[in-house]
Design a protein around this ligand. Structure first.
Ligand code: SF4
Ligand code: SF4
Length: 269
């Protein structure tokens, strides 16, 4: 596959209009972002992205947006490209922008959207193809926080135990603690600070994960982890805009996790 680079001054064009509802009783139109680095025009230049308007009969597919996209892929256009795996809101693979909000296609009910449904990739990310963003940079940022337990004591023969109150810090009393993050990156790609400074700002997803280890009572590398984040860009580019918390499809609160890290920074000075 060619490098994923949009044409210079690219704009999103109107694409094909496909009625695949076959006269069914519940037609619904999905306006789907399409782009491939391999689609070249007659001059050999990469084509602009386009929005295809595809109408299907909802009686032919399941209730979620992912069901509709997979129906389209299986029955209308097999070249439609998207990530998906568990279809249970657990793997985070099918994160995309649906009807203007970053969310998971597998848990987004088609019935929640009145009228046509617009589906585009997670915003402000390079696109590999169609609805697939390039997440390499985010995974590199995730790796940089060393997301594994660092302990000064020898590994026990069984689990490292934790008190119930310590485990609540990670899991939350309602199951919405930082350990429940599925790394879908809906939050980071909704954050204006990350849009403009994503090369150096870690973004809410990675900072929530950093907090998950900083706050773990079994981890002994708190000082080292805080040192690594003490930087005008990595942590302090968060301006508490709260888009991250508002968009998280798992109901987590990355903005609060970031605020906790900032508090710990202040406390240790
Ligand atoms: S905090 Fe929420 S939105 Fe962000 S990566 Fe984790 S699960 Fe996804
Ligand atoms: S609270 Fe911070 S991380 Fe979350 S959207 Fe706002 S600036 Fe971004």
């Amino acid at each position: 596959m060619a490098e994923f680079t949009l044409p210079k001054n690219s704009k999103i064009l109107k694409g094909e209009k496909i009625d695949a509802s076959n006269g069914g009783a519940r037609p619904k139109t999905f306006n789907v972002y399409r782009w491939s680095p391999d689609d070249l025009d007659e001059a050999g230049e990469v084509k602009n992205p386009r929005i295809d308007a595809i109408t299907i009969d909802l009686d032919q597919c399941g209730p979620m947006v992912l069901d509709a996209l997979l129906y389209i892929k299986d029955n209308v256009d097999s070249s439609l490209t998207l990530r998906r795996s568990c279809r249970e809101g657990i793997c985070g693979s099918c994160a995309m922008n649906i009807d203007g909000t970053n969310t998971l296609a597998c848990t987004k009910d088609i019935g929640d959207v009145k009228g046509d449904i617009k589906v585009t990739p997670l915003p402000h990310m390079p696109v590999v193809k169609d609805l697939v963003p390039d997440l390499n940079h985010m995974y590199a940022q995730y790796a940089s926080i060393e997301p594994w337990m660092k302990s000064d004591t020898a590994a026990p023969t069984r689990e490292r135990l934790q008190s119930e109150s310590d485990s609540l810090v990670l899991n939350g009393s309602d199951g919405h603690g930082p350990a429940a993050c599925i790394l879908c990156f809906c939050c980071s790609t909704s954050c204006p600070s990350y849009w403009w400074n994503g090369d150096r700002f870690m973004g809410p997803a990675v900072l929530l994960q950093a907090y998950r280890w900083i706050a773990d009572s079994r981890d002994d590398a708190t000082g080292e982890r805080l040192d690594q984040l003490e930087d005008p860009f990595r942590l302090y580019r968060c301006h508490t805009i709260m888009n991250c918390t508002n968009t998280c499809p798992k109901g987590l609160n990355p903005a609060k996790a970031i605020a906790e890290i900032k508090k710990m920074m202040v406390a240790r000075h």
